[in-house]
Design a protein around this ligand. Structure first.
Ligand code: SF4
Ligand code: SF4
Length: 231
């Protein structure tokens, strides 16, 4: 393995990150312009939109086994997952350290799918829930990424079908939002929370319980149902 990649991987472990991978920036070009349904984002960007001479994505992540990871708070009239902040800070620290080595970096490119990056980084193939399924963590992980002009050793994309005959996530979804390998974002309770539209108010209260005003646990039925990596 290239010295720089090895050094970054070791550093990511020291920073408490469970997952590290590298993806050629050019591999994301084919998705540029693809519509993102989730939360009314517009279309996927191209790596070059964010960083001229973009060569690589560094993709990181943590295992997220419990519901604390899906506790969301209101901030600036939107919802944000405060549990992700330590992972994002560790990832930005890694990016900052690369910057101080002399590489260009761009942190947190928003309109780039982290799920696609995670699959390309080898973290896991697509499951029927339209989440990527890690062999150890199942779908219960959270991902972050940054761009750099450094050339790294790249991981192989995760291939294969982790699901077989299982339909547990489809059966568990209270709104029927999941078709095999596709989620209808407009039917997902999390989208309803974020947009403020609540066609199923009773379900929303049950599956996204309010702990205090402005603090909710978001629905994670599809994650909890997945037998892969369940403890
Ligand atoms: S988060 Fe809840 S509502 Fe959304 S797809 Fe998963 S189980 Fe369905
Ligand atoms: S719950 Fe079953 S069908 Fe859904 S992603 Fe996990 S293994 Fe696949």
């Amino acid at each position: 393995m290239h010295d720089l990649t090895r050094r970054l991987k070791k550093r990511s472990e020291e920073l408490g990150l469970d997952l590290f991978g590298a993806v050629p920036a050019s591999d994301m070009e084919e998705y540029a312009g693809t519509r993102i349904d989730w939360m009314d984002w517009t279309v996927m960007g191209s790596p070059g939109d964010y960083l001229e001479a973009a060569a690589s994505f560094v993709v990181t992540g943590v295992s997220a086994p419990g519901e604390a990871w899906d506790t969301a708070i209101t901030l600036n009239e939107g919802w944000t997952y405060s549990g992700y902040y330590p992972m994002e800070m560790a990832t930005m620290r890694l990016a900052d350290e690369m910057g101080r080595m002399g590489y260009r970096v761009y942190g947190h490119p928003k309109n780039i799918s982290r799920k696609i990056l995670g699959r390309l980084a080898g973290f896991g193939p697509w499951g029927k829930s339209s989440l990527i399924i890690h062999p150890e963590y199942g779908p219960r992980m959270r991902l972050a990424a940054f761009l750099t002009d450094a050339v790294l050793d790249y991981d192989r994309p995760a291939e294969g079908d982790p699901c077989g005959d299982c339909t547990a996530c489809i059966d568990a979804c209270p709104t029927g939002a999941i078709e095999p390998y596709r989620i209808n974002a407009k039917d997902c309770l999390i989208d309803h929370m974020v947009t403020g539209e609540a066609p199923y108010p009773d379900l929303l209260e049950r599956e996204c319980p309010e702990l205090r005003p402005g603090i909710r646990i978001m629905c994670r039925r599809c994650q909890e149902a997945c037998p892969v990596g369940a403890v």
